[in-house]
Design a protein around this ligand. Structure first.
Ligand code: AMP
Ligand code: GLY
Length: 475
C-alpha cells in the first residue's frame, strides 16, 4: 500500500511514522513535509516534476502527485487543505482520503456557526453570543462581564484569533483588532464573545467513519510560550517585541502587576495520555460531545463527518461533577498532541484508516499503550541578528539557523521535525516551532527524563523550550 500524508509539520511526520510501522504499507510520501520527513523508514518527501510540493495549499499539485503515484490512501493533517476541499478533489480522482469533505469543515472554519450548532444540539458550551457589529459586541461585553472574557475571530486565523481577556478594556481592544483593524482579514467579520472557563483543558480526539465514533487518544497541551518563572525569557521576548530596554526588576514588576502577557502559542509541548483523564472521563467526553456532534451533524445538517474530530474540552466542576464543555471544534488532529500520542498507538493506523474508508470503524479496535509520552517543542527564540533583536516564537523570529545534535538525540528519543530543512552541511531551522522531542516511559517522570535528556543534545542559535512540559503547572 502506498500512503500520502499531507502536512508540513511535526504532526504529519508523526502520522507518517505511525504508517511506517505497518506491514501493509510499502511507501509513505509526505507533502509538502519538511527536512525531517525522511527520518523514518519508508518515508519520503513528495516530489512532482522534479520539485518539492510548495505548500499545504497546493491542492492541485498534491492531487496530481497522488494520481501519478497511484496512492492508495491519503491522510490529511492540517485544516487548510481540508477547508480548500482536498478530500473532495482526491475522492473525485478515486483516491480514498482520511479527513472531512469541504462542507464538513465548517465545524472548524466558523466558530460562530459551531457554537450555534453545539447550543442547538445540547452539547455543553460556555455562555456566549455572536456578533457582526463591533459596537454591539462591546455593548454585550459591558453588560455581561467584568473580567474573564474570551473574544474569538469567527474564521480560520492560524490559531491566533483567540483573545483570553482579563478586563473589559482588554476585550474591547480584542474586538477592535479583530473587527475594525481586521487583523485576520475576513476571518474577523464576525466574533464569538464568551465567558472564560476555569478547569482542566483536554485535547480530546476521536475518529469517525460518518457513523461510528471512537476515541483516538487525548493529550494535555501546553500552550503558553514561557514557563511561569521564566522571567529572563519573557524579558528577552518583550525587549525584542517592543524594542525598548527593560531591567529584570522592571519585568518582574510588570509581571506581578499582570501587565505582561505570557503569549499563547500553537503548542510548546504535550503529554499523552492526559494525566487527569481516565476511562470514565474519556467515555463522558465521547458520549456527551464527540458522538452527538457527528450524529446530529448527519441528522440535522445532512453532513457526514469522516476523519479526526478534535474538540477542545474544558472539564469544569459543576455540582461535584466534571462537565466537559467545548471551547472549539477542530476537524483535524492536534499539534503537538499528535506527536505525543502517535508513539503510543499500538493498532495499525493503515488498518484503522481502511476501516474508516470502508465504513467499518465499528468493528475495529483502536489501542494505545499505557505508557506516557512527553513531547517538548524546541522553538526559535529571541536572537540578535542582521535585523537586530527579534523576540522569537510566537512572534517574529530568525530562521536558517544551523541545528546540531539531531542524530545523537535520535538515538535516545523520537524526533519529529516541525520546521527544518536539510542543506549541504546538515539541518537548518525554517519556522517558529522547529523540533518536537518525544520521550516515552511507564511514568510521566521517565518519559520527561528521556525527552529532556535527548533535547539537551540539540542546539541552534536562539533555541528555546519550556522546562515544565509534563508537570502539573498552571497554564
Ligand atoms: P480555541 O482556539 O478556541 O481552542 O482557543 C485557544 C485557547 O484559548 C484554548 O485552547 C484555551 O486555552 C483558550 N480558550 C478558548 N476559549 C476559552 C474559554 N471560553 N475559557 C477559557 N479559555 C479559553
Ligand atoms: N495545539 C493546538 C491545536 O492543534 O489546535
Amino acid at each position: 500500500m502506498k500512503v500520502l500524508v499531507v502536512d508540513a509539520g511535526g504532526r504529519g511526520n508523526a502520522i507518517a511514522h505511525a504508517f511506517s510501522k505497518s506491514d501493509r504499507v510499502k511507501e509513505i510520501y509526505v507533502a509538502p513535509g519538511n527536512g525531517g520527513s525522511e527520518f523514518f523508514e519508508k518515508c519520503r518527501l513528495a516530489e512532482f516534476n522534479g520539485a518539492k510540493i510548495p505548500s499545504i495549499r497546493a491542492v492541485d499539485t498534491i492531487v496530481k502527485f497522488a494520481k501519478m503515484m497511484d496512492i492508495d490512501l491519503a491522510y490529511i493533517g492540517p485544516e487548510e487543505p481540508l477547508s480548500l476541499g482536498i478530500v473532495d478533489r482526491l475522492e473525485e480522482e478515486g483516491i480514498p482520503a482520511i479527513g472531512p469533505k469541504k462542507e464538513a469543515t465548517i465545524l472548524e472554519s466558523s466558530k460562530c456557526w459551531a457554537k450555534d450548532f453545539l447550543r442547538k444540539i445540547g452539547v455543553p458550551i460556555p455562555r456566549y453570543a455572536n456578533f457582526d457589529d463591533p459596537e454591539e459586541a462591546k455593548e454585550y461585553i459591558k453588560e455581561n462581564f467584568q473580567d474573564g472574557i474570551v473574544v474569538k475571530a469567527d474564521g480560520l486565523a492560524a490559531g491566533k484569533g483567540v483573545y483570553v481577556c482579563e478586563s473589559v478594556d482588554e476585550a474591547f481592544r480584542a474586538v477592535d483588532e479583530i473587527m475594525v483593524q481586521k487583523k485576520f482579514g475576513d476571518a474577523g467579520n464576525r466574533v464569538v464573545v464568551e465567558e472564560r472557563l476555569k478547569g482542566i483543558e483536554v485535547a480530546f480526539t476521536a475518529l469517525s467513519d460518518g457513523k461510528t465514533v471512537k476515541p483516538f487518544g487525548h493529550a494535555k497541551d501546553y500552550k503558553r510560550a514561557f514557563d511561569k518563572d521564566d522571567l529572563e525569557g519573557l524579558r528577552d521576548f518583550y525587549i525584542g517585541l517592543t524594542r525598548k530596554f527593560y531591567t529584570k526588576a522592571q519585568i518582574e514588576q510588570l509581571f506581578r502587576e499582570g501587565k505582561l502577557i505570557n503569549p499563547n502559542t500553537g503548542g510548546m509541548g504535550a503529554v499523552s495520555p492526559h494525566p487527569d483523564v481516565g476511562p470514565e472521563i474519556e467515555k463522558k467526553i465521547l458520549d456527551m460531545v464527540a458522538e452527538p456532534i457527528v450524529r446530529k451533524f448527519r441528522e440535522l445538517e445532512g453532513i457526514e463527518f469522516k476523519g479526526v474530530l478534535y474538540p477542545v474540552i474544558m472539564l469544569v466542576e459543576e455540582g461535584g461533577e466534571l462537565v466537559p464543555k467545548v471551547l472549539e471544534i477542530n476537524v483535524r488532529d492536534c499539534d503537538p498532541g499528535t506527536e505525543a500520542k502517535m508513539p503510543r498507538l499500538e493498532s495499525d493506523i493503515a488498518e484503522i484508516s481502511m476501516a474508516i474508508i470502508e465504513g467499518e470503524l465499528e468493528n475495529t479496535d483502536i489501542k494505545f499503550s499505557s505508557d506516557y509520552c512527553v513531547a517538548v517543542c524546541a522553538v526559535s527564540g529571541a536572537l540578535k541578528g542582521r535585523e537586530g533583536l527579534k523576540p522569537g516564537y510566537p512572534a517574529d523570529h530568525y530562521t536558517s539557523q544551523p541545528i546540531s545534535g539531531i542524530e545523537v538525540a535520535m538515538k535516545e528519543a523520537t524526533i519529529y521535525a516541525n520546521g527544518i530543512a536539510k542543506n549541504d552541511g546538515g539541518y537548518v531551522t525554517t519556522g517558529g516551532r522547529v523540533l518536537t522531542v518525544v520521550g516515552k516511559g511507564e511514568s510521566i517522570e521517565t518519559a520527561r527524563g528521556r525527552a529532556y535528556s535527548a533535547l539537551s543534545r540539540i542546539s541552534f542559535p536562539g533555541m528555546r523550550y519550556r522546562k515544565t512540559i509534563g508537570l502539573d503547572v498552571e497554564e
